[in-house]
Design a protein around this ligand. Structure first.
Ligand code: FAD
Length: 261
């Protein structure tokens, strides 16, 4: 069984700064694996422990320094790592990111059963990339997954969060799954894993390698335009709390606004 895990490099900071194009300033900021993707790796590792012949490939689209997170993925137990990297990918929105990753999968990693993504990236936080990859590959997707609890080689069984509680789902391969924070502590790298990661070679694919053109990728391939980015005003201390003011209609009369009652 072949599993692909999509991981994203995110800034290791809460002090987000913006570029002049209103995108997140990523250069010069320490980076880590997106926390939800750590749980996606964890679900893949659990499957590897419970079933024979599972091969895990971690992949990311990002700059060359994203090799660091791929090596971390190998250190905890992933078998292979792929970096999709090209200067022309800069400025990609979620549509172009999904298209680029899907093209790499179609052209270079087509022999897969299961694709795992995080539900969100903690920097961009759109939750669009996983569904976009599934859409462009034409495969089903299961989102908001808490746990993969069974696999019979042809299908995967998962519990997913819905408003009313948890839902149990069975999905046939190939399928893409977006995971939430899991229940278990993520695996820590062991010394053998760290040595393996240091010696491993990361496969890098460029735009041409995956059959795309400059019009498909980066800013040219991105329909999203960010017109403005700003921090919300801090409203702390500006709210007044009234208690014991009677019914909703009485409150409206007392504090202003229209009331039909
Ligand atoms: P989400 O959709 O919330 O992520 C969900 C999951 O998708 C992740 O947990 C992970 O499993 C997977 N995933 C997401 N991104 C990747 C990835 N790159 N590789 C592998 N798996 C992934 N970002 C840049 O890094 N550089 C840029 O130059 C850049 N320019 C942008 C320009 C514009 C106009 C816009 C709108 C955005 C730009 N971004 C850039 C942000 C970029 O589009 C998003 O970070 C990216 O598409 C993922 O979206 P997200 O962060 O909302 O991830």
């Amino acid at each position: 069984m072949k599993i692909l895990v999509c991981i994203k490099q995110v800034p290791d900071t809460t002090d987000i700064k913006w570029t002049e194009n209103n995108t997140i300033q990523r250069e010069g900021v320490e980076s880590v694996i997106n926390p939800y993707d750590v749980f996606a790796i964890e679900e893949a590792l659990k499957l590897k422990k419970s079933i024979d012949n599972v091969e895990i490939t971690a992949l990311t689209m990002g700059p060359l320094q994203a090799e660091d997170i791929l090596k971390k993925a190998i250190a905890v137990g992933c078998d292979h790592a792929v970096l999709i990297s090209d200067k022309k990918f800069a400025g990609a929105d979620t549509y172009a990111t999904g298209k680029t990753i899907a093209s790499a999968i179609k052209t270079k990693l087509a022999d897969y059963d299961l694709i795992l993504c995080g539900q969100f990236a903690v920097d961009g936080d759109t939750a669009q990339t996983g569904p976009s990859i599934a859409n462009q590959l034409g495969i089903p997707q299961v989102t908001y997954v808490r746990k993969l609890y069974k696999c019979d080689g042809k299908s995967i069984y998962a519990t997913r969060e819905i408003e009313e509680g948890l839902e149990a789902v069975k999905a046939q391969f190939p399928v893409l799954i977006c995971v939430l924070k899991g229940y278990e502590e993520p695996t820590r790298p062991k010394i053998n894993g760290i040595i393996k990661a240091q010696n491993s070679k990361i496969t890098v694919y460029s735009m041409e390698d995956i059959g795309l053109t400059p019009e498909d990728v980066g800013i040219k391939g991105s329909p999203t335009y960010v017109s403005r980015a700003f921090r919300p005003q801090n409203t702390r201390g500006e709210c007044e709390i009234y208690s014991n003011c009677g019914t909703f209609a009485e409150k409206i009369k007392k504090f202003g606004g229209l009331c039909n009652e």
